[in-house]
Unconditional design. Structure first.
Length: 68
């Protein structure tokens, strides 16, 4: 089967998907999540995109030891 994804990336994506499905759930503060989601919605993002960006941002901030 032909596709434009290099073969090494396919294995990496599969490993990443496997890893993500077994991680502990991320605990979000409701106020922080709602504020971030509202910020991105005010900038023109739709609801689903705003939620996804907010979760990603909060997750990375927690990993790096910052207050989102």
């Amino acid at each position: 089967m032909y596709n434009n994804i290099p073969s090494g990336s396919r294995n990496n994506l599969a490993a990443q998907a496997y890893k993500n499905s077994y991680e502990r759930p991320l605990e979000l503060e409701t106020n922080t999540f709602n504020l971030m989601k509202g910020f991105f919605e005010s900038k023109g993002f739709d609801k689903a995109a705003s939620e996804s960006i907010a979760v990603t941002f909060i997750k990375q901030a927690k990993q790096d030891g910052y207050n989102p």
